[in-house]
Write a protein that binds this ligand. Sequence first.
Ligand code: F6P
Length: 330
Amino acid sequence: MGKNGQNGVKKIAVLSSGGDAPGTNACIRAIVRVASERGMHVLGVSHGYQGLLNGEIAPLTRRAVGNIIQRCGTILGTSRCKDFTTPEGRAKAAAIIAEHKVDGLIVLGGDGSFRGAAALSQEHGIPIMAVPTTIDNDMHGTDYTLGFDTAVNVALEAIDRIRDTAESHERIFFVEVMGHVCGAIALEVGVAGGADDVLVPEVDTDIDFLCEHLDKGFHHGRRSSIIVVAEGGETGGAFAIAHQVWRRLRYDYRVCVLGHIQRGGTPTARDRVTGSKFGALAVDTLAAGESGLMVGEIGGKTCLTPLEQAFNGRRHADQSLLELARRLTR
Ligand code: F6P
């Protein structure tokens, strides 16, 4: 244990990397406030690993993180950085970290960002903690990634609105949601939004089966239909699927791609609280002299998982939700 009771960890740095996720600002706030309570200094790195390589580093004070908990995005800015995937890029980053006398780095991001963080730690002995921040909820080693709940609720509100116009015009709406190659957002939104079907990358899409279901529904008096389509499926997204259905059924349809609106707005209480818990645990763990871990949540409890587990596997969406969605609409 070091003389300040933090195992010699006096100064830490934090950065966001990859796609921004709601709840990230709550997490940054918790990191700064818990570190400050422990007498540690925090440096904020702007624009992810790219900013680190550019030396975009400045102190983050308790005051600087006031009035941010209610905002989506990340106050630090983020990026996807090619240079950091090379040993040369990481060596340069390590030199900059040493120059700033940083004793530990907290990386907020997804699996790609953590792969880089683990390599930086292994190659240069830099203590690392990782916080899973991605709306996709697709990471191994945690049941929950920050931002998922907000993304789901934003998409759900959009679907509720789309229902009004769909019903008025008696149309089929194909609503595409984000998720990279994971159907977690689509399934949650599909069940909560009462969708007539949910198409996810984890399950092959059967267009004939979908058409039969839609046709039957309209013949039995259904006036409109919502089909939730996860991006990243082999069939090619909502536009491609809608066109294939139209070629068979000729029903009036529209496509709505929700896209990046799912990452903005107001973070839900779930994401603010989880972000706060994750940030506090990341600092406490570094202060305890530990490294190479990802904070996360398993079985409703905040926990720590070896970083490698996070990127040596992918978490698949809960397919029982697909069965449920279909049971409730067929
Ligand atoms: O990984 C998070 C995510 O929001 C995915 O759902 C989506 O496919 C991707 O990022 C979009 O990335 P970008 O913001 O670079 O377009």
